[in-house]
Design a protein around this ligand. Structure first.
Ligand SMILES: Cc1cc2nc3c(=O)[nH]c(=O)nc-3n(C[C@H](O)[C@H](O)[C@H](O)COP(=O)(O)OP(=O)(O)OC[C@H]3O[C@@H](n4cnc5c(N)ncnc54)[C@H](O)[C@@H]3O)c2cc1C
Length: 484
């Protein structure tokens, strides 16, 4: 507790918060505090699982508007208490954890769709809306955000904006930052600001981009206007198995260089093909690397794109065709990898070493990470797939898994083992041209690498933080910024 519960200061702050947004929306019960003390980061989950206490917020507030968020920020500045935005709590980097206690600002009451503009093809909404709810409402109006991440059912649009998230169709429609027109943000000092209404202009630096990826350290994003797209007439997938992962990577890279513009592509390394892919589809693939891709849009254009893509896959790289059924099976099961029975969970120890690199570097990054994990932690399993492809490179979704028996019983030792794997794998990736990371963000977990990543530009980032947040109350200790 930052403020002792029996102190008159605690009551003073609680009264001010109640005055600002109403008693119904200020929570202090223990269950709610516990629920807001663990996100999807493995260490706090393990810590709690072993009966250890996790940092809890003093207050959980549920504002309904930017004006209410502004009032909360002013109170927090007055009493110098930290504020941590919380969307769905599905982040894997500990970004939403109240590590210095204080106020959790849960955004989910800000869940309104404000407007769909079918002439400009945009949607404006509050950012506490769950991504799937926004998508459903857009679909009803005949459009789609095309932002379809695996956590679509549990994460908020604000969480994706704050983390620069990526959905399964990013290869054609972009990451969330490519989808944004403009933002409304409440700054740490409680000012409500709006960025310019269009994303392409020559009127100075881009303030919209400053807040995308700021992970709740520079303000609370309260409203967004996103681009939307007409529902495609056709969406078709096709799957191939290649003799090895290198051949499949070469075929995938060539498809991207051809500018045929697939909407999604995913390549599984040999280990993940044998284990995960086989298990999800219920049919054993006994060798090779599984690659699946698709196109969407007008039917005739999709057919033509598929025809040219097949030539690359079959004629040039000898891919074994698993047909459109193989491809559509993957599309239908695309989230199943995260369902119970497929997803990793405690007592296993696991992490996603999400890294992005150019085509020239990506295979070196893969081998450097795999070798360093296997040589130093022979008890760990290492699997990887490549999703989110660009014309210049792609993202490696590498994972390490320790079975429960290989995870130390002592929570401190378990956390130390976990951190050692990250340290070694990340440094191997960076040394080979990889950037950590593509869509999970930095949060608490990767904060210690940000200074290395930014080098002499780090003071620029810190200067912006200081200017916007003079009392260091916004999500302190995250994104490599100093603690409270
Ligand atoms: C099963 C599973 C699958 C996943 N798949 C994907 C995937 O396909 N693609 C992907 O990108 N991610 C994925 N993730 C990770 C996670 O869902 C994303 O990082 C998501 O962006 C988190 O959103 P959230 O609302 O849960 O945010 P939270 O976890 O609540 O918060 C994340 C960070 O954003 C900040 N924040 C939240 N809302 C705001 C706001 N309005 N203003 C300012 N800061 C804010 C928080 O302070 C915190 O730093 C997955 C996670 C799980 C558990």
């Amino acid at each position: 507790m930052l403020v002792a519960k029996d102190s008159y200061m605690y009551e003073m702050i609680r009264t001010e918060l109640v005055d600002a947004i109403g008693a119904e929306f200020v929570h202090t019960c223990d269950d709610d505090k516990l629920g807001h003390s663990i996100d999807y980061y493995w260490i706090p989950e393990m810590w709690h699982d072993r009966g250890m206490p996790t940092p809890k917020p003093d207050f959980i507030v549920h504002p309904g508007s930017a004006e209410e968020v502004a009032k909360i920020m002013k109170i927090a500045n007055q009493y110098r208490i930290p504020v941590t935005p919380w969307g769905g709590g599905s982040g894997s980097q500990g970004g939403a954890l109240p590590v210095y206690e204080g106020i959790i600002l849960d955004t989910k009451r800000m869940n309104k769709l404000i407007k769909i503009d079918k002439e400009s093809l945009t949607v404006t909404c509050q950012t506490g809306i769950i991504a799937r709810h926004l998508e459903w409402q857009c679909n009803k109006a005949g459009v789609s955000t095309m932002h379809l991440p695996a956590s679509i059912a549990c994460a908020t649009i604000g969480g994706f904006l704050a983390h620069r998230g990526t959905g399964v169709l990013s290869t054609k429609y972009g990451k969330i930052e490519d989808m944004v027109m403009s933002l409304e943000v409440v700054t740490p000092t409680g000012e409500i600001i709006r960025t310019l209404p269009v994303p392409r202009h020559a009127s100075g630096p881009d303030l919209t981009m400053l807040f995308l990826g700021s992970e709740g350290t520079l303000g609370v994003i309260t409203e967004v206007t996103l681009k939307v797209h007409p529902m495609p007439e056709a969406r078709e997938f096709r799957a191939y198995v290649f003799k090895d992962f290198h051949t499949a990577m070469s075929a995938g890279a060539e498809l991207m260089r051809s500018r045929l513009q697939p909407c999604a592509m995913r390549l599984y390394d040999e280990t993940e093909t044998l284990t995960h892919v086989s298990k999800v589809f219920g049919k054993q693939l006994d060798k090779g690397a599984y690659l699946v891709f698709g196109f969407d849009g007008p039917k005739e254009i999709v057919e033509l794109q598929m025809k040219y893509a097949r030539e690359i896959m079959e004629k040039k790289y000898n891919g074994e065709d698993y047909g459109s059924q193989g491809g559509m099976d993957w599309w239908k099961n695309k989230y199943k990898f995260f369902y119970p029975g497929f997803m990793f969970h405690i007592p296993q120890a696991f992490g996603t070493l999400d890294t992005v690199a150019t085509f020239s570097d990506i295979e070196n990054v893969y081998w450097a990470m795999k070798n360093v994990v296997q040589e130093n932690f022979p008890q760990a399993r290492f699997i990887g797939h490549f999703s989110h492809w660009y014309e210049w490179g792609c993202m490696l979704y590498a994972r390490f898994i320790f079975e429960g028996k290989d995870v130390p019983a002592d929570p401190g030792e378990a956390a130390a083992l976990y951190n050692r794997v990250w340290d070694m794998a990340i440094r191997a990736a960076i040394a080979n041209g990889g950037v950590i990371n593509e869509h999970h963000g930095v949060g608490l977990k990767l904060g210690r690498y940000v200074k290395d990543l930014y080098g002499s530009a780090m003071p620029v980032l810190e200067g912006i933080k200081k200017q916007l947040d003079p009392n260091n109350i916004m999500n302190p200790g995250k994104l490599g910024f100093k603690g409270f």
